[in-house]
Design a protein around this ligand. Structure first.
Ligand code: PXP
Length: 252
């Protein structure tokens, strides 16, 4: 049996639904309160440059009204750095952001972007914000994140979660396992996120060195059919079940 794995609930898409009508309902902060009651260990929110879902006011309220640690997802821009340093969330996850994309389509180029990213990692680290870099499960990117001095990485597991057939799934799963092993060797705390569902959470949560999963879209979508609280509890249950499997009994 390996240690407990934390669940960060991403509330972005509650705000997406709210913003579809431009009013105040549904309130993503109410979703964060419910998530806390249902067993989430943290709340994750992505303040995008275009404010398509989470707003500045949501970030303000999450700091004031929610006791759980906030993980602020942000692009490496001066505007976001200023906001992070002002709000001082528990954690900040630096993600790549393209205006025209539907969602965060891939990981950061930590290797190629070293000169640009170093200042963000340093300034937020100096402000005692736990910085993570959202990267592809690629050993080159894991090493680059370590060289940047980031204490945490989050692996983009979207390619695995969206894989269409077994061989593709197997290929992407291997990459995640190897990247998590590399992170462990380098002393980095390793998280995973993007596209995780009831179906894919077990094989991911079973990887013993993963410390946290950040999950949003599936939870909010499933909440249409059952309650958000029930959906989060079921995700938590599946994570705990995966963690109860002994390493010797694990298959991919
Ligand atoms: N982690 C990061 C860094 C992300 O950018 C996202 C998507 O906003 C997630 C986790 C959650 O992904 P999903 O909404 O697909 O569960």
């Amino acid at each position: 049996m390996t240690g407990r794995i934390r669940l960060g609930v991403n509330i972005d898409h509650v705000a997406t639904i709210r913003n579809a009508r431009g009013g105040v309902h549904p309130d993503p902060i109410r979703a964060a309160v419910l998530a806390a009651e249902a067993g989430a260990d943290g709340i994750t929110a992505h303040l995008r440059e275009d404010r398509r879902h989470i707003s500045d006011n949501d970030i303000e309220r999450l700091g004031q009204e929610i006791d759980l640690p906030l993980n602020l997802e942000m692009a490496a821009t001066d505007e976001m750095l200023e906001i992070a340093l002002r709000h001082k969330p528990f954690a900040a996850c630096i993600v790549p952001e393209k205006r025209e994309e539907r969602t965060t389509e891939g990981g950061l180029d930590a290797a190629g972007g070293h000169n640009h990213l170093a200042r963000f990692v340093r300034e937020m680290g100096d402000a005692s914000i736990r910085v993570s870099l959202f990267i592809e499960p690629d050993p080159v990117q894991v090493s680059a994140a370590s060289q940047l001095g980031a204490p945490v990485i989050e692996l983009h597991v979207g390619a695995y979660c969206d894989a269409k057939d077994e061989s593709e799934k197997e290929h992407h799963y291997r990459r995640i396992v190897e990247a998590a092993e590399k992170a462990d060797e380098l002393g980095l705390e390793c998280h995973a996120g993007h596209g995780i569902s009831f179906e894919t959470v077990g094989p991911i949560a079973v990887i013993p060195t993963l410390m946290e999963l950040n999950i949003g879209h599936f939870l909010v979508g499933e909440a249409i059919y059952v309650s958000l609280a029930e959906t989060i509890r079921e995700m938590r249950r599946r994570m705990d079940e995966a963690r109860a499997i002994k390493p010797s009994e694990q298959s991919s």
